[in-house]
Structures are given as C-alpha cells and as structure tokens.
Design a protein around this ligand. Structure first.
Ligand SMILES: Nc1nc2c(ncn2[C@@H]2O[C@H](COP(=O)(O)OP(=O)(O)OP(=O)(O)O)[C@@H](O)[C@H]2O)c(=O)[nH]1
Ligand SMILES: [Mg+2]
Length: 307
C-alpha cells in the first residue's frame, strides 16, 4: 500500500494534507493513491455552499460546524478559490473569533485553486472528497464562489447544494431568474439580521415555489446564530433523502466520471505521444502542401490511438 494511503487511513493529518496535494497537483503517484483509497470510500456525505462573494458562506459554514458535530459528524471543509486564504484552519480573516475552531483538531480545512480549468475542478473536488471520505470524515463541506460554470461543476459532485444569498451583495430575483441558481437544493438567505433580508426571503420563496423541484428557502444569520441549528438539521434531512435515491444518482455520476477519466487519458495520450510523433509532422507537411486535408490526416493519426 502507498505510504500516504496508509497514513490517510490511520488518521495522520500530514499524510492527509500531502495526499490531497499530490492528487490536486496531479503528481505521478495520484492515480495509485486514488485507486487504493477508492475501496475505503462510501460513507461520507457532501454538501456544497455556493453564492456570491461576501454572501457569508464561510461564516455560515463556521457556525454550522459545531451543529454538525453535535449531530455526530466528523467534518472537513474544502474551499475552492477562496478569496481569503485558509490558514491553519481559519476560514475567515477574523482570526480571533476563529480560535475555537482553529484549535479543534476534529475539523479539517483545506483550500484549493480551480485554476480556471474547464471540467478539471469537478474532477479535483471529487478526488479530494474521496480521500477525505477514506480518512473517516462523515460530512464534507465544499465552499465555492457562485460563478455559473464553477457552481454547476461543483454541484455535480456533491449530494446537496446550498445557495447562499444576502441582502448586502445585491443579490436579487434577477440573479436567480438568470439561471445562476438552478443547482440549489436549498436557498439560504443569510444576514437575516440586516434590513432587506425579509424582502429577499419573500421574493425568493415566491420564485422557487413555482419551480417543480420546490427547494427549501431558509433565513439565517451567521452573525447572530439565528436559524443555524435549524439549517444544520434541514441539511441533515436533505442528505438522508438524497441518500435514499443514492444508487441511481451514483450510477449517473460514475458514468460521467468514467467519461471524464477516459477523456483525460486520451487527451494525455494525444498531447504526450501522438502530437510529438514524427508521423504527425509528416501529416502536417502534407496538409500545408495541400496534399492532404486535415480531416483525413486526423483520422489517420487517431487510428494510431487504438493500436
Ligand atoms: N450582518 C451580518 N454580517 C455577516 C453575516 N454573515 C457574514 N457576515 C459578514 O459578511 C462578510 C463576508 O462573510 P464571509 O463569510 O467571508 O462571506 P463568503 O461568502 O465566504 O465570502 P467569499 O469567500 O469571499 O466569497 C464578513 O464581513 C462577515 O462578517 C450575518 O449573518 N450578518
Ligand atoms: Mg468564504
């Protein structure tokens, strides 16, 4: 067994952090780590928090963590492209207030960059979730700034997606109608202590009430702690409901994952061998001299992939 996998399974934090880096950076060992870890996964539940910058995702997650722990979870938080870096377990810039969570060894926090790769981020997040799952975390929270594609990609790899709004960030019904939030199982109106939150709550409730999926809309204040316990309990309930229909969903996700992996392997092979090949150069010469068209050339080269 890979020594890092051994470490991950035995609960060693350094091995866990290192294994995540190896996989996130696609270092040569990442495939063997992922294959070995795979057989130890399947227990963790995952929830994504998305929404505009400053809506209060980190604050909500921070206040939800103790509630999830009360529900018996071992929690890990994965932040994608955080605007404020996660250091030593601090999700927020407010270090003093974070001290209690920072000292808490049962909560693991990590941030990763999406590096703008299309499709790549769902692969990365899924792989890191697997490692955290194998490490024994039972609830994995993924935070990402809502930005269309990224939001959709992350919602594809988590069980439940919560979309966070706040009356401060200029979120309004137009943003929802623009389709930014089709991914939400749950809408959270955060900053319930601020003016405008009730109006926002009402308009979002009106709007999603009309959609067939009927997601829940809840109001909370991470600052005051209002509605946090209810939120944690509701998320737990949603996870249970999703868990019941898990098999079908899992198979759909596995099919996507397989396609993803095959495409990545092909892409790898195309750029590492096929396009470096001498034969490729010959084809290019011929196309340049109009002795051959690019379609025939591509067919000829692609046939080599199957050999
Ligand atoms: N009044 C009020 N302020 C809040 C509440 N929750 C968060 N904030 C403040 O809103 C600001 C942004 O909070 P974050 O939790 O960092 O927001 P975020 O969505 O994680 O932001 P990004 O990670 O940058 O996208 C901070 O100054 C918080 O203190 C709340 O319930 N009420
Ligand atoms: Mg944040």
């Amino acid at each position: 067994m890979h020594p890092l996998v051994e470490g991950v399974l035995s609960g060693d934090r350094r091995s866990l952090a290192r294994a995540i880096s190896v996989v996130d950076n696609k270092e040569p060992d990442s495939y063997s780590i992922l294959s070995q870890v795979f057989y130890k996964t399947g227990k963790a539940k995952t929830v994504g928090f998305t929404g505009a910058g400053g809506a209060g995702k980190s604050s909500l997650i921070e206040s939800l963590v103790p509630e999830f722990k009360k529900l018996g979870h071992r929690v890990a938080v994965l932040a994608v492209d955080p605007t404020s870096p996660i250091t030593g377990g601090a999700i927020l810039g407010d270090r003093i207030r974070m001290r209690s969570t920072m000292d808490d060894q049962s909560v693991f926090m990590r941030s990763i960059a999406s590096r703008g790769a299309t499709g790549g981020i769902s692969r990365s997040v899924r792989n890191i979730i697997r490692i955290l799952d194998a490490a024994g975390f039972t609830l994995i929270i993924v935070e990402s700034v809502g930005a269309g594609q990224l939001e959709v990609q992350i919602s594809a790899v988590v069980d439940v997606t919560a979309v966070v709004f706040s009356p401060q960030t200029g979120d309004n019904i137009q943003a929802i109608k623009a389709g930014l939030t089709e991914v939400g199982d749950l809408y959270i109106i955060n900053k319930g202590d601020l003016e405008g939150s009730s109006t926002l709550f009402n308009s979002i409730t009106d709007f999603v009430g009309d959609t067939p999926r009927k997601p829940t809309v809840m109001k909370a204040s991470a600052k005051k702690g209002d509605g946090i316990k209810e939120l944690a309990e509701h998320i737990e309930k949603l996870l249970l409901i999703k868990g019941e229909n898990y098999r079908d969903r899992e198979k759909r996700m596995l099919k996507l994952e397989l396609k993803d992996i095959i495409l990545a392997m092909l892409e790898d092979k195309v750029s590492s061998t096929l396009m470096k090949d001498n034969e490729c150069q010959e084809y290019i010469e011929k196309i340049a001299k109009k002795e051959m068209d690019p379609y025939i050339a591509a067919k000829g080269l692609a046939a080599k992939l199957l050999m």
